[in-house]
Design a protein around this ligand. Structure first.
Ligand code: ATP
Length: 341
């Protein structure tokens, strides 16, 4: 579905909307090394990152804790100034023209709100209407659309502090979109949400991208968000880009094991067949792992031949284990870079 959304957006793409070239951010940190001693160390939070995001793309930006994701996003929004490299968002240097850029971008931080805590939701929107000087007609149109698609109607008069996390998140997403930003940065937009709310938020973002070609950079630890929304994923680790490509490509780069889930007529000791190893037994159900690159056919045939088989299915390695493996077997430089886009 993400593919469809991106394809719909294709005609309006006009080239690099977000451009990073050798972007760096170094922090000088003082650490206590003894009762009276402090040592100055340098943390290279972002260590020479280059990529281009085209108009209308939805890109996942992922990596382990401390990889440098937030630091990158802070530079993209102009909150932090880079220590080196070049950065442009919609042709603007974010740290130099932060206010001008603010009219072109929207930001949603899952863990923080941009809404006024004690005011009813609608009052926050009215304040944003003024702050961003959004033309009246456009404000009304965008508000109506967000209220309808994000199901906010019954919440507009409720003070933000009384909203549930999922309701507040939907409120925050609407707030970020009232001024029609071309770029939307989403930091953990589904954190802590229940399954229904997650689905609602994802569906809204897909529609937004398809209809308005809003460019989305999504930072998340929930890889299901990426699977649902992003055709392209960038993996960052220790401040460096270690992968830039499709989700499918990630599987190919870090091949794992596939799992055969076998249902037998009754409980038996672990199945022994060539080419697969038993990993779990639970009553009559057994799990066997085999190399992702190998064919399942001979293993299935051997099991059918020697065991009272009732049912069988093959599970692809899940994206989480693939990425966990990437982090632990980190290559020195970027893997299969996409070149300039
Ligand atoms: N203001 C700061 N001063 C000193 N070091 C910092 C500062 N901000 C970030 N860092 C360091 O930079 C590195 C990257 O941090 P960053 O917050 O960008 O990671 P992240 O990928 O967003 O992590 P997480 O997934 O935990 O949010 C970390 O080592 C962090 O400790």
């Amino acid at each position: 579905m993400a593919e469809e959304a991106i394809r719909t957006a294709d005609p309006v793409r006009t080239g690099g909307l977000i451009e990073l070239d050798g972007l760096e951010r170094v922090f000088d940190v003082r650490r206590r090394t003894g009762p009276l001693r402090r040592e100055k160390t340098r943390v290279r939070a972002v260590d020479g990152i280059s990529f281009t995001v085209s108009r209308g793309e939805m890109v996942g930006y992922i990596g382990p804790n401390g990889a440098g994701k937030s630091t990158t996003v802070k530079m993209l929004t102009g909150i932090l100034t880079p220590s080196g490299g070049r950065l442009r968002v919609a042709g603007i240097d974010p740290s130099r023209e932060r206010t001008r850029l603010a009219r072109r971008i929207g930001v949603v931080f899952g863990q923080r709100t941009t809404l006024w805590w004690d005011l009813p939701l609608i009052d926050s929107y009215r304040l944003m209407h003024r702050m961003y000087r959004i033309p009246d007609a456009r404000y009304r149109q965008n508000l109506e659309r967000c209220v309808e698609l994000l199901d906010l109607g019954a919440l507009l008069d409720v003070p933000v502090r009384q909203l549930s996390l999922g309701q507040r998140m939907r409120g925050d997403i609407a707030a970020a979109l009232l001024h029609d930003p071309e770029v939307l940065y989403l930091d953990e937009p589904t954190i802590g949400l229940d399954v229904v709310s997650k689905a609602k938020v994802r569906e809204f973002l897909r529609d937004l991208n398809a209809e308005r070609a809003t460019t989305v950079l999504l930072t998340t630890h929930d890889l299901t968000d990426i699977e649902h929304l992003c055709n392209r994923v960038m993996v960052i680790d220790h401040g460096r880009l270690v992968y830039d490509g499709t989700l499918t490509g990630l599987h190919a780069i870090a091949p794992g094991e596939r799992i055969l889930v076998v249902d037998l007529e009754h409980r038996l000791p672990p199945i022994e067949v060539a080419g697969a190893r038993p990993v779990r037994v639970e009553g009559p159900r057994q799990w066997l792992a085999f190399p992702a690159s190998a064919s399942a056919a001979p293993i299935v045939a051997a099991i059918a031949d020697g065991y009272p088989l009732v049912d069988l299915s093959v599970r692809e390695p899940d994206i989480e284990s693939v990425i966990a493996r990437m982090y632990s077997e980190r290559p020195a430089g970027p893997v299969r870079p996409r070149g300039s886009s």
